[in-house]
Design a protein around this ligand. Sequence first.
Ligand SMILES: *Cc1c(COP(=O)(O)O)cnc(C)c1O
Length: 446
Amino acid sequence: MNVAPLIVNGAADISWLHTGYFEDAPVLADPAIARLIALEETRQRESVELVASENFVSRAVLAAQGSAFTNKTVVGYPGRRFHAGAEWADELERLAIERACAAFSCRFANVQPHSGIQANLAVFRALLSPGDGVLSMSGQAGGHFSHGGGSNLSGSMAQASFYGVERKNGLIDYEEVRSLSNAHKPKLIVAGGAAYPRAIDFAALRTIADEVGAKLLVDIAHFAGLVVASAHPHPFPFADIVTTTTYKSLRGARGGLILTNDEDIAVALEKALSPGVQGSPLLHAIAAKAVCLGEVLRPEFSAYGRAVLENARAFAEELQALGIPVSTGGTDTPLVIADLRSLGLRGQAMVESLDRAGITCNRCEIPFDETDPAQTSGLRFGLSACTTRGLETEGSRQVARWIAEILHGHASGDKAMATREAEIKLRAAALMAPLPLYPETGGDGR
Ligand SMILES: *Cc1c(COP(=O)(O)O)cnc(C)c1O
């Protein structure tokens, strides 16, 4: 049946919508914001991006995040939604789940967490009551605050105790984990962190957890991409639950994932996440996660994961050769943690200096750091983002040389640091600007 368009009020211009509401590109609609987008694009293009929790998503991921799924509200899970009109949302979420399970070789995936922390809170809510014990890595040793830290809601969801690393080598002190576990009988042991650069002995933690009947959660946020690329040990079958963010080495939309092979846990996690810690999922972010999860299943992504690791190792090696110690002496992940104690430098001041030199990173505490946490004695670098743009090992070493030049300049009291920073900023832009990135949009954002 053909039905002609039915025009009731004949009004193409709806008085309550401003001109161009449905048509205008952002650059026309809001020049102030378009200007900021354009400036951010230029900053990303010209700087050496070493912030470990960043990456450059594909244009397809950007497009999915800006898609019409932005407008759709659902609550619940595919086939069991509170709102109608969820047919395509259901198909989308099912596809994202299928790809997540394929990427991480597991049976169940929850793709709804708005972020890594939401994913962890859901796990805490599903498995723990406020009196229960959780045993996690301390923040100073490189753990993440969403694993029971006092500053985070997770800290009031269980009684947390914390393990650290060995003073002699910076590696997890598994004997300490075992003795704390035996003493506190936690219901959950958590591994993985924000600043631990080495592979974790998942099998050892599994054994320790089994000795007290605890579940094992591994938060692979920083090295998820390397796991998918087979460039890092896999947390399954040792972990009961794996959480991750999707936007670090996995190179996708901002958000989180929860993965498991245990059906009872998967069911408990559904409710624990929604309505437990969040409501309607961000379907546009799920669309973008699905695109990312499709990308990571391609052979190119395995090559990418290996390249990230090679770059991180080359970068760490060069820093050390130039007299900048790195925590644990190297890395098995995208992360490299510089230890500034022997140079007498503070992390935050160096972050600011490197930023002026076109190199972006962040400060971090290092094990046994006695400096004020707002300053710290550590710098955290991640090679995931630069690798996406095509930086190779020689480029990674070059960047390490610039960083060493800045750090030694400060350590030796060089009076011409402003000049050095400006010079390196120009050289950094000359290194990065020719590397691939999206076509410039002039603030159009697409
Ligand atoms: C980045 C990170 C998170 C937090 O993710 P958000 O998306 O900021 O909530 C959680 N766990 C670890 C280990 C992380 O590195």
